[in-house]
Write a new protein. Structure first.
Length: 220
């Protein structure tokens, strides 16, 4: 495990409002995990928001990281939130959550005890040619990387929820080949305190359309 202290530009962020964890790129929400009635990651809903092309720039950087060097990862992390980062291979058993459709809120009820890895790109928006290219590379012995991002808060560990920050199509290639993917976790381990007055994260559930328009609001 490597430790890096990064001053970032906040292009990539995770927000938490006491109940809901959301993954944000360029101030737009991409994916949300809403705690269930018992407010645990093992009893939760995942809502995938509208996918857009903000990932392209990050993907371009990821190609340089396939043969990982710590210096390149540090450059990559400058796009993230400021903080103290742990960087390590993620080898635990996980529950992958993959939405099927674009522009549709997909809710997944999960009772899994394993950490959740949330795909941040719907299946129908993926590039089939890229998936096939990755499959060829993997069959030739290469190990392209899927980068995950998580964050910790004092009194609450969010490490059971990992968002794919880059490599959705790489993961799909591994899955189609029935091969365990190579996952690198980027965890912002700064001792953040939840601030109930922070307007940027306050009341995500009631303010976000994809949640507000569902029948699942009664859980709260």
């Amino acid at each position: 495990m490597h430790q890096l202290e990064v001053t970032g530009n906040h292009q990539v962020e995770i927000h938490y409002d006491g109940t809901t964890v959301c993954f944000i790129i360029n101030k737009e929400i991409h994916s949300i995990v809403v705690a269930g009635p018992y407010q645990t990651a093992q009893n939760s809903f995942h809502i995938n928001c509208t996918y857009n092309n903000h990932f392209n720039e990050l993907n371009d950087v990821r190609y340089e990281l396939d043969h990982t060097s710590l210096a390149k990862i540090e450059i990559f992390l400058k796009r993230f939130e400021t903080g103290n980062y742990s960087v390590f291979p993620f080898t635990r058993q996980v529950n992958f959550v993959q939405p099927q459709e674009n522009n549709v809120s997909q809710l997944h009820f999960s009772m899994e005890s394993n950490p959740m890895v949330i795909s941040t790109q719907p299946l129908n928006s993926m590039d089939r040619n890229k998936i096939n290219e990755y499959k060829e590379k993997i069959n030739k012995g290469e190990s392209p990387i899927v980068f995950l991002y998580s964050k910790t808060y004092s009194g609450l560990e969010l490490e059971e929820v990992f968002f794919i920050v880059s490599g959705n199509e790489v993961l799909k290639a591994y899955q189609e080949l029935d091969i365990n993917p190579k996952l690198i976790a980027l965890v912002n381990s700064t001792d953040y305190e939840y601030d109930s007055s922070n307007q940027e994260v306050l009341n995500i559930i009631s303010s976000h359309k994809e949640i507000r328009d569902t029948s699942y609001l009664y859980f709260y």
